[in-house]
Ligand binder design. Structure first.
Ligand SMILES: Cc1cc2nc3c(=O)[nH]c(=O)nc-3n(C[C@H](O)[C@H](O)[C@H](O)COP(=O)(O)O)c2cc1C
Length: 307
């Protein structure tokens, strides 16, 4: 027999991360339906436990020339190039989000630590959590998160301008993502967001021409799910701060699997693009699973490490 208290605990998917309360562990991934305040509000109204903005840079960015998104039956390949209105122009969107009653996570990027600090200073008043997107190239063209020393510098410098929690989002392309995660954590990251897209390319066989305008892009969706699971599993083993899992979550089974690998919360990108109902559906699926097993969400975080 499950007592009332226990039933309530199972049916509530509420979690705490870095002192913030999330009424559900699911949220959108940066870059998906997060450009305007109205699209973020729509996410919140449809069961997202928090909202994550598009990655914002100091100066406006136009993004890459098209085609910049290809959908396949195994996932998507995009080369958006972080189009965004720039921090100053984004302020009004952030201001109009208040009061949302759900954590507002602002994804930020800079080609140098100084650059991203400028974004942080402009936006910090209206943000609950920052997500430092270190999966992009720095001014030397090197992917920031491929080098633990550079990651350390970004995080340490960013921590000087804010006392809001800092989440650090890493690229799976790094040779040693565990070391990079460790560097981020030692430098003051409050949580890790794992993973961003993997490099990919597709070619039109009629002409031989690369399909994306930018030739190469980032692969996301179901194809990257096992890669995300393995990375989360390895990082959870070595590092104590919370992990926000992202990569190919499209149903409750994949969500539960990622939690068992070690993620405390999850972000959904590709599967959310054309399916705003996905949060409610996965939340419901997770609840039925927990109810059937008579356990609560925290019981399954990192469960696979028992074996
Ligand atoms: C169209 C598109 C745009 C994206 N834009 C961003 C972005 O602005 N910032 C970022 O950190 N990640 C961005 N991403 C990566 C996602 O946030 C996420 O890490 C990745 O897609 C893996 O999750 P998924 O398999 O659920 O899509 C983008 C992904 C897609 C498909």
């Amino acid at each position: 027999m499950i007592c009332d208290e226990q039933y309530k605990r199972i049916m509530s998917l509420e979690i705490e991360i870095n002192g913030k309360t999330f009424e559900s562990p699911l949220m959108n991934a940066a870059g998906i339906l997060g450009t305007t305040a109205s699209s973020l509000k729509r996410l919140a109204d449809n069961g997202s436990g928090a909202v994550v903005t598009k990655t914002i840079s100091h100066k406006p960015k136009e993004g890459n020339k098209g085609p910049n998104l290809i959908e396949t039956n195994y996932g998507a390949l995009n080369s958006m190039g972080l189009p965004n209105p720039g921090a100053k122009n984004y302020l009004d969107e952030l201001k109009s989000l208040k009061p949302l009653n759900k954590p507002v996570i602002c994804s930020v990027f800079g080609e140098t630590p100084r650059d991203v600090k400028k974004v942080g200073r402009l936006l910090k008043e209206y943000v609950d959590i920052f997500e430092l997107n270190l999966s992009c190239p720095n001014i030397e063209g090197e992917v920031i998160s491929s080098d633990p020393e550079i990651v350390k510098k970004y995080v340490e410098e960013f921590a000087h301008i804010t006392n809001k929690p800092i989440w650090v989002k890493l690229s799976p392309s790094s040779d040693n993502i565990v070391n990079v995660s460790l560097a981020a954590s030692e430098a003051g990251a409050d949580s890790l967001v794992l993973i961003n897209t993997l490099k990919g390319m597709l070619i039109d066989i009629e002409s031989g021409r690369p399909i994306l305008g930018n030739k190469t892009g980032g692969l996301s969706g179901e194809a990257i799910h096992p890669i995300a699971i393995e990375i989360i599993y390895q990082v959870y083993k070595k590092i104590d701060i919370p992990i926000i899992g992202v990569g190919g979550v499209s149903d409750n089974e994949k969500a539960i699997e990622m939690v068992m690998a070690g993620a405390k919360a999850l972000q959904i990108g590709t599967a959310l693009k054309d399916d705003i109902g996905i949060f409610k559906r996965i939340n419901k699926g997770i609840k039925s699973y927990l109810q059937e097993k008579n356990i609560d969400l925290m019981d399954i975080v990192g469960l696979s490490h028992k074996y």
